[in-house]
Write a protein that binds this ligand. Structure first.
Ligand code: ACM
Length: 265
């Protein structure tokens, strides 16, 4: 099966949720893709400076207005959307990503590996890595810094993911090239949606987001890569049979050749 997947690379204004969601909706409407991935925390912005601020901007899932809007967009356009939002739930705040589809809300993933000052504002995710079987393929989700831990993509691949949807707010330079290896070693597609712009709030370190959203194939080919500094969209056709084939050659199979008995923990 061949499907079209894409990203939107945005420049969110911190705290302006309606404006950020409207802009994302506009960009989604300009695309022709069955799966669209949005950045991490696309609706709120990234650099929180107090627990009160993050709690006020976080929303319940799926009843919050951002998830409801994404679900409506998915239904209207008959597409799947993966988007990063701040989630309030069970008395905690999570850095989460929601999946919506033509039937509405489908599920949530809560970021496992929190980066830098995220540890001050968010609780570590408790969902584990999740894969959804959909009519356009098996979609797994990880968020930004999760990529730095090879176990994240590996776990998604072991659970059958064909496409990794990867909302991000990258500030370190390594991910665009690093994801080539993640895709190669797991034979999966990955759609990384990053943001652009700078945030410097409350006297904290300036954060410069690196853009360069991209789509990578199971052979490690960069099918599409955005610029470092512009708001833009990108899309590519993904032949999912390439993610299902884990045979490197007649002798080597990416999953069956693993030696977990020798890996320790
Ligand atoms: C990150 O995880 N936002 C770098």
């Amino acid at each position: 099966m061949i499907i079209k997947a894409g990203f939107i690379q945005t420049d969110p204004v911190f705290g302006s949720v309606s404006q950020n969601v409207d802009r994302a909706a506009e960009l989604i409407a300009s695309m022709d893709a069955a799966l669209v991935v949005l950045p991490e925390l696309f609706s709120t912005g990234y650099q929180f400076i107090s627990k009160e601020e993050v709690s006020d901007l976080a929303e319940e899932v799926p009843s919050g207005r951002t998830t409801q809007r994404l679900a409506a967009l998915s239904k209207e356009r008959g597409i799947f959307i993966v988007a990063g939002i701040a989630e309030r739930g069970n008395g905690f705040v999570y850095n989460s990503a929601v999946l919506t589809g033509p039937g509405g809300f489908m599920g949530v993933y809560r970021k496992t590996h929190l980066f830098y000052e995220e540890k001050l504002w968010f609780s570590p995710g408790d969902t584990g890595f999740r894969v959804w079987q959909t009519p356009i393929g098996a979609i797994g989700i990880m968020i930004c810094f999760d990529w730095f831990f090879p176990e994240s993509a590996r776990t998604l691949a072991l659970k059958g993911a064909e496409i990794i949807a990867h909302p991000a707010n990258l500030v370190l330079p390594y991910c665009p090239d690093g994801m080539v290896t993640r895709c190669l070693e797991n034979r999966v597609f990955a759609v990384t949606s990053n943001r652009i712009g700078t945030e410097e709030r409350g006297g904290r370190d300036a954060l410069i987001f690196i853009g360069r959203s991209q789509i990578v194939s199971p052979r490690g080919e960069v099918l599409c890569r955005a610029s470092a500094g512009c708001e833009e969209t990108g899309a590519a056709e993904l032949d999912l049979t390439r993610a299902q084939d884990k045979d490197l050659n007649r002798f080597n199979h990416l999953i069956r050749d693993r030696r977990p008995d020798l890996y320790g923990s």
